[in-house]
Write a protein that binds this ligand. Structure first.
Ligand SMILES: Nc1nc2c(c(=O)[nH]1)N[C@H]1C(S)=C(S)[C@@H](COP(=O)(O)OP(=O)(O)OC[C@H]3O[C@@H](n4cnc5c(=O)[nH]c(N)nc54)[C@H](O)[C@@H]3O)O[C@H]1N2
Ligand SMILES: Nc1nc2c(c(=O)[nH]1)N[C@H]1C(S)=C(S)[C@@H](COP(=O)(O)OP(=O)(O)OC[C@H]3O[C@@H](n4cnc5c(=O)[nH]c(N)nc54)[C@H](O)[C@@H]3O)O[C@H]1N2
Ligand code: SF4
Ligand SMILES: [Mo]
Length: 711
């Protein structure tokens, strides 16, 4: 038996793992106590990944649809067939008739990222979609406007702060996002142990809030107003500090915040003016404070304003660009510069056909993808390639998505499973999993409170006929006769580089500044990770800001364009008959793709209500409910929880699996697609970020049947 250090690539924490292998098989995955950052921390999803690696539901061979059913084919046939169809569709209808959807796991595989980019440019399509518009595009769009690059996000200096203000995140379960921080709870507890404060703003008393800090219950989708009221207090009580010499838009910010006094927002947020004032004072006076907002804010209506207000709050209290606050870490390599090179921050010169959206990080909003397929005319999407994604469950209105997919001439899924999207595919190509790929946590590089790098070789060879996604993209481009990156010269150079040095040869040179002339040797010598120098003095505003003015732009108009709309929510009557939907991730689930494990003991899918709302609506635990929004309706049993705030209903996403997906045990466990309650199409999307609303959706709840199962 042999033990190899590697790391988990399911979420942003990138925890160190030890893989026990024998004869090319993985026997077990264990926590790596020597990992430089995770230090032996893992979650059960990581250590139990062997079950998915070996799962009988995995796609192990290429599949093609024949007379309505997916059947096994060979790689040569599949690549030849898909390549020829891509070429024919492109020749007939132009490059934009081919769409790509890139799902969340792509973020954790450097080769998939580089190769998918090479492939998109080979096709030459503008119809490129990502999970970002379901998750975090508000952060990309706002950072680009305020800080000059979509890839720049000063990170919570979690180990040196004295005040952590968390909104819309539940790191005990999720490890959060836009920060690479395993051991969240331990690190939050350490803040309290050194006399600091942790405040968790969430409509639910989450697993995190039950473990550490003060919980502040908030009415869903009102955080932007709360954050502005904190800034209001800072200005009003003259609590601001720091140097504003590298900032534009302070007066506009002041004017905006003036409209959101604690007294004005208390009715909407459900938080007393006294408590808001106290929070603002403590945040401003702390010796080092950060504010971290995550998906519970991003997926709401005012994600842009909330992220801008987070940055502004840190800035006006002297906590932006400082140790103990939000600190930009250059880390191993400057991702912002790389991002710029690959066009991440390019001024977009194109717009979507549906809804006239500008791309964010080059990508269009996923919620318009069904319309781009269903609406006839020039540029209509006729072929779609989905890699590591499952938009039928993760995006709004899966039913409409499914309808659109069935209209495609070609629909290819590159995945580990026949997921709910692949259930409509013409071809399914078997992908590797992270144990079968080499990697380094490139996306995390600028999101690390402790900057480090780690290299892992593939732990084992791919099983059966699984293939690395990067290779699949390269082969598909060749089969379609299209040069990678859209250039014959680039195609030849990249293919030669990869032939000689593998995919890693494309990224290793970028690590030289941080790791010296032989980065791979250094990383291989230190298989538990290499920590590099941490920025301890804020250098971002002085040296690295990417805006044209070379100043932090506090008030770019597009970011704040919905301020009047936000202000109008302050008048809304508190006792509306509707409840508001909130998200709820599960410890052993991961979006839509980890519920299918026969040994999982996760609770049944349910709608979680507060006792007060249950009483008011005459609902008992286990009653079957009909939950409806303006966009759709679902039926689920009720769960009643003291932890849910009155007015909110929490429903996990990623359920409602297609009967033809390979996730048989998840299908047997039941559940429905909560995103049937979310609006698809261009009208309900944020105009700047293309984010769709997944939380804060107003829903009506009625009891349709009592159940004997209530205990
Ligand atoms: N176990 C597990 N881990 C995961 C995932 C998973 O599915 N399962 N998914 C991964 C992915 S892709 C991501 S992006 C990250 C996300 O990581 P997080 O952003 O931490 O996501 P959640 O755990 O869903 O936490 C969001 C919190 O927002 C709260 N919330 C909902 N609405 C509001 C609101 O209006 N205001 C406030 N203040 N809070 C609100 C919810 O109650 C919830 O507690 O997690 C990653 N990690
Ligand atoms: N209601 C609601 N909806 C949400 C959210 C929410 O909080 N509430 N969260 C949103 C968020 S944050 C996100 S990121 C999106 C996710 O949206 P998506 O990325 O579209 O969906 P996932 O469910 O993460 O599906 C990932 C797919 O990748 C496959 N996969 C996993 N690992 C690999 C791999 O190594 N290689 C390949 N080729 N495939 C792999 C899995 O089998 C699965 O089919 O969902 C969003 N949807
Ligand atoms: S927290 Fe769990 S899923 Fe995330 S990287 Fe660590 S072990 Fe993997
Ligand atoms: Mo996500």
């Amino acid at each position: 038996m042999e033990t190899r250090p590697t790391y988990c690539r399911i979420c942003e924490a990138a925890c160190g793992l030890l893989a026990d292998t024998e004869n090319g098989e993985v026997l077990a995955l264990r926590p790596d106590p020597d990992h430089v950052v995770s230090q032996g921390f893992v979650c059960a999803k990581g250590t139990r990944f062997t079950e998915l690696h070996r799962s009988a539901s995995r796609v192990d061979h290429p599949l093609e649809r024949h007379e309505g059913r997916l059947r096994r084919t060979t790689w040569d046939t599949a690549l030849g067939d898909v390549g020829a169809k891509l070429r024919a569709i492109r020749d007939r209808h132009g490059p934009n008739s081919i769409g790509l959807y890139i799902g969340n796991p792509t973020a954790f595989a450097y080769s998939m990222q580089v190769a998918s980019l090479a492939f998109i440019q080979a096709i030459g399509t503008k119809n490129y979609f990502t999970a970002g518009s379901l998750d975090c595009n508000n952060k990309f769009a706002v950072s680009r406007q305020m800080l000059g690059s979509a890839a720049t996000h000063p990170v919570p200096d979690i180990d040196h702060t004295n005040f952590a203000l968390l909104l819309g995140t539940n790191p005990s379960v999720s490890q959060s996002s836009f920060v690479n921080a395993p051991r969240w709870i331990e690190r939050l507890r350490a803040i309290e142990a050194r006399g600091g404060t942790v405040v968790i703003v969430d409509p639910r008393r989450t697993e995190t809030a039950r473990s550490v800090g003060e919980h502040m219950a908030i009415v869903p989708d009102t955080d932007a107003a709360l954050l502005l009221s904190l800034i209001h207090v800072v200005f009003e009580e003259r609590l601001e500090s720091g140097d504003f010499s590298r900032v534009n838009g302070l007066d506009e910010l002041r004017a905006a915040a003036r409209r959101f006094s604690p007294e004005n927002v208390t009715g909407t947020t459900g938080i007393s003016a006294l408590r808001i004032r106290d929070l603002a004072r403590r945040f401003a006076r702390a010796d080092g404070a950060f504010c971290h907002v995550s998906t519970g804010i991003n997926q709401g209506t005012f994600g842009n304003i909330a992220y801008a207000a987070k940055i502004a709050l840190e800035l006006v209290t002297g906590n932006f660009d400082r140790a103990g606050g939000a600190l930009y870490q250059k880390g191993i390599t400057d991702i912002a510069t790389m991002a710029r090179l690959v066009g991440f921050d390019r001024e977009p010169d194109w717009r979507s056909r549906i809804g006239n959206f500008a791309p964010v990080t080059g990508a269009m909003p996923t919620a318009i993808l069904p319309d781009e397929i269903l609406t006839p005319g020039e540029g209509q999407i006729r072929a779609l390639i989905v890699v590591a994604g499952n938009p039928v469950l993760s995006a709004p209105d899966g039913a409409r998505f499914a309808k659109a997919l069935q209209q495609l001439e070609l629909c290819v899924s590159i995945d580990m499973f026949v997921n709910d999207t692949a259930a409509y595919a013409t071809h399914v190509l078997p992908a590797t999993d992270f144990l079968e790929r080499e990697d380094l946590p490139i996306v995390q590089f600028q999101l690390q409170p402790v900057p480090y790098a780690q290299w892992t070789d593939a732990v084992v060879e791919p099983r059966a006929e699984r293939r690395n996604e990067a290779r699949i993209f390269f082969d598909l481009a060749r089969a379609a006769g299209l040069p990678l990156f859209g250039s014959r010269a680039a195609d030849a150079a990249v293919r030669a580089t990869v032939r000689l040095g593998g995919f890693k040869a494309m990224v290793l040179p970028s690590l030289i500044p941080g790791l010296g002339p032989r980065p791979l040797q250094r990383l291989r010598k230190n298989p538990h990770g290499v920590i590099v120098d941490r920025e301890v003095r804020g250098s971002f505003l002085k040296k690295r800001i990417g805006t044209k003015s070379k100043r932090l732009e506090l008030y770019p108009e597009p970011v704040w364009s919905r301020l009047d709309e936000l202000e109008s929510t302050l008048d809304a009557s508190a006792d509306s008959p509707t409840l508001r939907l909130i998200s709820r991730r599960e410890r052993l689930g991961h979006n839509s793709w980890m519920h299918s494990n026969p040994t999982l003991k996760t609770a049944a899918h349910a709608a979680h209500l507060s006792p007060a709302d249950a009483t008011r609506l005459g609902i008992a635990r286990g009653d079957q409910l009909r939950i409806s929004s303006k966009s759709g309706a679902i039926e689920l049993p009720a769960e009643i929880s003291e932890n849910v705030t009155e007015g909110a209903v929490a429903i996990p996403h990623g359920y409602g699996h297609h009967k033809n997906s390979s996730w048989t045990s998840a299908i047997a466990r039941g559940g429905v697609n909560v995103n049937q309650l979310a609006a698809s199409g261009p009208d309900d999307l944020d105009p700047l970020s293309g984010m769709c609303q997944l939380i804060g959706i107003r829903v009506r709840i009625e009891r349709i049947a009592a159940t004997a199962a209530a205990e």
